[in-house]
Design a protein. Structure first.
Length: 66
């Protein structure tokens, strides 16, 4: 199944949740926020959102600096 992550089309398995995708990508969940189909979603909802064909995700990392 094809979805778009950070502007790149990728193939993921059917039935995958946002939480599983974040884990698969080895992303620290404490350091990112996720935009799912143009809406920011709370981390608690990641386990309930099952990805579907043509979904669009943006995974944004927090970056410190000064």
């Amino acid at each position: 199944m094809k979805i778009t992550i950070n502007g790149k089309e990728e193939v993921v398995r059917k039935g995958m949740t946002v939480a599983e995708l974040i884990e698969l990508k080895k992303v620290n969940p404490d350091a990112v926020i996720v935009e799912y189909n143009h809406d920011f979603i709370k981390r608690e909802a990641w386990v309930d959102i099952v990805l579907e064909e043509n979904d669009v995700l943006e995974v944004l990392r927090f970056v410190g600096g000064g």
